[in-house]
Structure formats: structure tokens, C-alpha cells
Design a protein around this ligand. Structure first.
Ligand code: NDP
Length: 488
């Protein structure tokens, strides 16, 4: 297997190698797959400087929306042309099943094309009703130099939930990808140059979060920080932003409820329960990791979920039939198994799984289902970020709303019912940025993602996500003779 090597991508080119490196080993088999430059604060400073220079020069920020859209659409074409390579990078670095990696790269193409269309529509407002001689233009401008910090679970997809939206608005970006999964960001930045993006508009610095991530989010030359990652690190980023009085958008952790009423299409809901927690190895911010099932159908429904879970194929992420691949690294793998142990110790009933799946040198966890989980248990409250499902039974709508909202998080929730009254009532009363009904972990570039409570604030994707990368400037215009206020 060839080991891919990358230095930072700054001012339109990969830099020469210097200093320390980070080696990435495949979580599926322990083999080395990539080597990255391990950045320093000075690397971030250089990248921010390149972004500032590009932004202020107007070489990108002053192009028309149409011109920017042309470059972004060419980038989407190039991602499609490099589809197999990008899919391979995602699988090698994350350990996710290849069919989900294909979905991710397809997703980046859709996001890029959609963002391109938004750039063409970037508009403000005009007030002509303020009285004779008075007009106001509320102009929408790019926010400036943007720092983007991304996690390891959807390296390319989350990158592209941010980058094309920022670029469509005319911003210049500095990206800090996760140290585990920097390959796709470094490749896509080079593709953007090939698509015609001017040098310095899209920079990527690899390395450790505590060093380069910290410097980027502390940097006084950054105008806006868009962060996706854990609530713990997100808090730290908010503190940094307070020092420089910089706007932030925070896409943080989740512990979503997946609620199944007795009148649902139960076959679809069983599949939804599996998708909810086993998609992307369970390493998904919007996992439906807390399943609530109405008591009248619970015994049969939960038995079906547990049986289907036990039949899922765990193993080689490059095998098209694999359902669950490898956990991102040994440390995380250990944490997931510790959560499983806490479930057993605190009295939940283990229905299936509960152990490592022993497959060579990889970090695999068996699909795991716990029944009779209560709100006082750790596995009910904490984001596990692995293939571990907590099941709780309920009787009434009021009871399940209380259970679902009993969480520090509020990212996404799901409801299954054929009764529109139930769907609407539950959707309105759930405290989360997203609710999906009779589907799960679905989405489209047009739909904004946001969280409440510990899941953060600010928008990603959709018109609202685009507007995060803009700011308003009001021009109040007086024409004709002006009445003196202090006499003539
Ligand atoms: P982390 O918070 O550990 O890391 C996220 C990013 O922050 C990484 O690039 C990391 O770098 C970087 N980082 C680490 N320390 C600092 C620091 N001090 N200052 C600035 N940046 C830093 O999250 P994970 O990568 O473990 O991702 C999983 C988490 O992300 C889960 O909680 C998940 O729910 C959340 N998430 C939320 C989403 C949403 O849309 N709300 C979507 C996807 C994930 P490095 O990796 O090099 O340490």
C-alpha cells in the first residue's frame, strides 16, 4: 500500500517538508496510510497571512457571484473526476464502510454545486420608504478570513458543509482538519486551485488540535470561526473567540432520541433504528443512539432490532457488504468499550454485542444493544460515538417528550408515527435543531443544520449556513438639500 504524504497547502501550493510529521495508520488493520506535516503556530500564521492577502486583494472577494460559481462548479466536476481516489482516502483514514464513504463524496459534490448557486443570489435589501431624500441599502458582504476546524468522522463531507459556502460568499479560508483524517482536505484544496481558485483563498494546515487548532481559533487575524467537533473542545473555542471578539458557529455533540410510536410503519422503523445507530460505525453527531419504543409494541420491536443488529457484518471497510467498519483509533475504541462496561455495571440489559470484534489488528466493536436503559445511566446521557444503542420503553406522548428532552444535547431527534397530529406535536416539543419524521439521518444541502443546548449554535448548509459567512453593512443615503439641525 502506498503511503500518501502531504505538507501544508498554503497560498496555492503544498509547502516543502520541514519539522515533525504525523503518521496515520489505518484503523482497520494498523498499516500506515498517510503522513502529514505536524503544524506549528507559525504555519497557521503563514496561512492566515496568505488568506488575508488574498481576501484584501479582491482577487476572489470582488469577483461576481457568477464568476465564483463557475470556479465552484469546476471544483465539483474535479471532485467527481477524482471520486474513487477521494473515497479510498476516506475509507483508509476513517475505517468507515466504503458504501458510506461513496455517499460522503457524492454529498460533497451536491454541497458544492448548491453553494455555487447561492453565491449568485447573494443580495441585500433596499429601503425606499424612509421619506423623501432618504434611501438605505443593506449590503451583504463576505465576513472575511474564516478559520474552519473539522472533525474526523466525515472529513470530506463536513469540510464541504463549510468551504464552498464560505467561498461562494467571497471569503478566504484556513482549514484545520482532524489530525487523523487530513487527506481529503489537503487533496480538495489542490483541486480547488486546479479549478481556478486564486492562491491563498483556500489554505489547509495539518497537525494537532491542541497546537494548530488552538492557534487558529486564537488568531487575531481571523474574522469568523466555524467549528465542528466535541462540546468539550467547542467550549474552549468559544473562550478563545471571546478574547478577539470574533463571531463563531458551533456544531457540537449530540445524543439524539429516535422515538417509535405503536402506530408507525414498524418495518421501516426497525431499519431506521439500525440506521440511526450503526450508520458510519455509530461515529455520527446525529446518531439516533437513544431509541424509545412505545410499550405496546416494545417486546417484539426490540427483539427484531437486536436480532438484526447481531446479523450485521463487521469488518473490512473496503468490502461492499460491510455494515460496520473500524473505530477511528485505539483510544476511542477503548472509550466505546468502557461505555459498554458502564451500561452493564449500571444495570442495563445487554441484548447483543458488548465486546470488541476480534478481527486482526483493527479496532472493531460488535453492534451492541441495551434494553431497559434509564435516564440515570451513563449510556443514556453521554455521547458514545460508537455502535451502541440504548433502548427505553415509554407509554405516553408526554412521558417520551420528557425522556427525549432529558439531555445536555439538542442536535437532532427522530419520530416514527403514521399519525400527523403525533408527528407535529412531538416535533414542536422536542428541543433540538433538527427533527425528522419517518426517516432518519436524511438531509439535503438546502436544509440548515443547527443545534441547541450543548449541541451548539449557528447554522451549517442551506441559505442560513451561507449567510453565516456574510455580514451586513447598512448604507444610509441622503440626497438633495438637508435641513440643518444646528442652524445655518
Ligand atoms: P474534537 O472536538 O476532538 O475535534 C474536532 C476538531 O477540533 C479536530 O480538528 C481537532 O483536532 C480540533 N481541536 C482539538 N483541540 C483543539 C483546540 N484546543 N483548539 C482548536 N481545535 C482543536 O472532536 P472529534 O474530532 O473527536 O469529533 C467528534 C465530535 O464531533 C463528536 O462530539 C460529534 O458529535 C461532533 N460532531 C458534530 C457535528 C455537528 O454537525 N454538530 C458533526 C460531526 C461531529 P485533532 O483531531 O487534531 O485533535
Amino acid at each position: 500500500m502506498t503511503v500518501r504524504e502531504y505538507s501544508h497547502y498554503i497560498a496555492g501550493a503544498y509547502e516543502a517538508w520541514s519539522g515533525e510529521t504525523v503518521e496515520r495508520r489505518s484503523p482497520a488493520n494498523g498499516e500506515p496510510v498517510a503522513r502529514y506535516a505536524s503544524g506549528t503556530p507559525a504555519d497557521i500564521d503563514r496561512a492566515v497571512e496568505a488568506a488575508r492577502k488574498a481576501f484584501e486583494s479582491g482577487v476572489w472577494s470582488e469577483l461576481s457571484g457568477m464568476e465564483r460559481a463557475e470556479v465552484l462548479n469546476r471544483l465539483a466536476d474535479l471532485i467527481q473526476e477524482n471520486f474513487d481516489r477521494l473515497v479510498r482516502i476516506e475509507v483508509e483514514e476513517t475505517g468507515k464502510p466504503i458504501r458510506f464513504a461513496r455517499g460522503d463524496i457524492n454529498g460533497t459534490v451536491g454541497l458544492t454545486r448548491y453553494a455555487a448557486s447561492l453565491g449568485m443570489q447573494m443580495a441585500g435589501t433596499t429601503y425606499t420608504n424612509l421619506g423623501r431624500d432618504r434611501t438605505a441599502l443593506i449590503m451583504r458582504e463576505p465576513v472575511g478570513v474564516v478559520g474552519l476546524v473539522t472533525p474526523w468522522n466525515f472529513p470530506a463531507l463536513i469540510l464541504m458543509q463549510k468551504v464552498p459556502f464560505a467561498l461562494a460568499a467571497g471569503c478566504a479560508v484556513v482549514v484545520k482538519p482532524s489530525e487523523f483524517t487530513s487527506g481529503s482536505a489537503l487533496e480538495i484544496a489542490a483541486l480547488a486551485s486546479k479549478a481556478g481558485l486564486p492562491d491563498g483563498v483556500f489554505n489547509v494546515v495539518s497537525g494537532k488540535g491542541s497546537i494548530v487548532g488552538q492557534r487558529l481559533t486564537d488568531h487575531p487575524g481571523v474574522d469568523f470561526i466555524s467549528f465542528t467537533g466535541s462540546t468539550r473542545v467547542g467550549r474552549n473555542v468559544i473562550e478563545s473567540s471571546a478574547k478577539n471578539i470574533v463571531k463563531t458557529s458551533m456544531e457540537l455533540g449530540g445524543k439524539s432520541a429516535n422515538i417509535v410510536f405503536a402506530d408507525a410503519d414498524l418495518d421501516a422503523a426497525v431499519d431506521g433504528a439500525l440506521m440511526g445507530v450503526f450508520f458510519n460505525n455509530g461515529e455520527c453527531c446525529v446518531s439516533g443512539s437513544r431509541l424509545f419504543v412505545q410499550s405496546t409494541v416494545a417486546d417484539d420491536f426490540i427483539a427484531r432490532v437486536a436480532r438484526r443488529a447481531s446479523e450485521l457484518k463487521v469488518g473490512d471497510p473496503f468490502d461492499d457488504k460491510t455494515d460496520i467498519g473500524a473505530m477511528i483509533d485505539e483510544n476511542h475504541f477503548g472509550k466505546v468499550l468502557d461505555f459498554v462496561k458502564s451500561g452493564v455495571a449500571e444495570g442495563a440489559k445487554l441484548l447483543t454485542g458488548g465486546e470488541a470484534a476480534k478481527l486482526g489488528a483493527g479496532h472493531y466493536v460488535q453492534p451492541t444493544v441495551f434494553d431497559h436503559v434509564t435516564p440515570s445511566m451513563t449510556i443514556f446521557q453521554e455521547e458514545i460515538f460508537g455502535p451502541v444503542l440504548s433502548v427505553t420503553r415509554f407509554d405516553t406522548l408526554d412521558e417520551v417528550i420528557g425522556l427525549a428532552n432529558d439531555s445536555q444535547y439538542g442536535l437532532s431527534n427522530y419520530v416514527w408515527s403514521k399519525n400527523i397530529d403525533t408527528v407535529m406535536t412531538v416535533s414542536k416539543r422536542l428541543k433540538s435543531g433538527w427533527v425528522q419524521a419517518n426517516t432518519i439521518i436524511d438531509g439535503a444541502p438546502q436544509l440548515p443544520l443547527t443545534g441547541v443546548k450543548g449541541s451548539g449554535f449557528g447554522y451549517e448548509m442551506g441559505q442560513a449556513g451561507f449567510e453565516e459567512f456574510t455580514q451586513l453593512k447598512t448604507l444610509f443615503l441622503h440626497t438633495g438639500p438637508r435641513q440643518p439641525v444646528f442652524g445655518s
